[in-house]
Write a protein that binds this ligand. Structure first.
Ligand code: ATP
Ligand code: MG
Length: 286
């Protein structure tokens, strides 16, 4: 029987939808996994395990799963024997220290001897000891943000994305302990067949990520401005140029990366480009 690659993803929660979407974008169909521990992909030798995110690093270390998708925050806190193979670009957040909004916080010295509530005792301890601070860490597993309000702690360390939860609880963010996103992790000792499957899977993930960071651009250019416009466009090899039905005009096609996108579009307009169309790319294989 053909070997399968076993992947652990979050059962439900903030990483679930993006994890399933990533598989789907990679052409891997997952049958609805809610309330199921495990399912098989339709068209790739992949077995999917649905677990609590906290448990994923352990399952991957033990080899129950070959690979997993988990936040860097969980990966570093659990400190298990597993490698990070790829950043996935979703589940972005930061692990931050927050104190009361009215507290006079002037630096990490404020935390000396204080009580800090968190679900991330290992990361917090490491951060504080690097700064030479000793504090009382209280580990709690959820609703950390209410700890100061009920007199359990003077400060908290928790995950933040917009900061609205902190605000609603009368807290302010004062330090970042870690910036985090979802990552693909793997067991340290995968067999040859598993490694080969992982390579195929990674090839697809990278094509999807690349496509997300790039746009397909079509525009019309007067022929006398063509050289100037082409010089602005990188393209995969070089831009495609096709004549328009109207004499003296050409259609130019190219690929632009998201980070330089607006910059280049403005320059293209200034150089005389018209009718600029921007189209998302589904996959990109170079
Ligand atoms: P589980 O039941 O699987 O243990 P959980 O309640 O621990 O779930 P979620 O709140 O679903 O976890 O978050 C999962 C991951 O999503 C976090 O570990 C983190 O990597 C990421 N994440 C992204 N943004 C945020 C945010 N604003 N707050 C919390 N986690 C976030
Ligand atoms: Mg969890």
């Amino acid at each position: 029987m053909q070997q399968k690659l076993k992947i652990a993803i979050q059962k439900s929660g903030r990483l679930y939808e993006d994890s399933v979407k990533l598989l789907k974008d990679c052409g891997i169909e997952v049958k609805n996994g809610i309330n199921k521990l495990k399912t098989e992909a339709e068209n790739f030798p992949l077995e999917i395990y649905f677990l609590r995110d906290d448990d994923i690093p352990q399952y991957v270390e033990d080899g129950v799963a070959d690979i997993g998708i988990v936040g860097e925050n969980v990966m570093y806190e659990k400190n298990k024997k597993a490698f990070i193979v790829e950043e996935l670009g979703f589940g972005k957040c930061r692990l931050s220290i927050a104190v009361g909004r009215k507290d006079d916080y002037t630096g990490v010295g404020f935390l000396q001897g204080k009580r800090i509530a968190t679900s991330y005792p290992i990361l917090v301890e490491k951060f504080l000891s690097e700064k030479g601070i000793s504090a009382e860490i209280h580990e709690i597993s959820g609703s950390v943000e209410i700890a100061p309000g009920i007199g359990l702690a003077d400060a908290i360390v928790d995950l933040v994305s917009s900061g609205s939860t902190l605000f609603m609880n009368g807290l302010k963010e004062v330090e970042t302990v870690l910036k985090s996103q979802a990552v693909l992790i793997r067991n340290e000792k995968l067999g040859a067949e598993q490694l080969q499957l992982l390579d195929r899977f990674l090839f697809r993930i990278r094509a999807v990520k690349k496509a997300k960071n790039n746009k397909y651009v079509l525009l019309n250019a007067p022929n006398n401005k063509l050289q100037e416009i082409i010089a602005l466009l990188p393209g995969m090899k070089s831009p495609t140029v096709l004549p328009l039905a109207e004499p003296g005009w050409s259609s130019v096609h190219s690929v632009l990366s998201e980070d330089r996108f607006w910059d280049i579009i403005e320059q293209l307009k200034d150089a005389g480009a018209q009718g600029i169309l921007v189209i998302p790319i589904e996959k990109m294989i170079i």
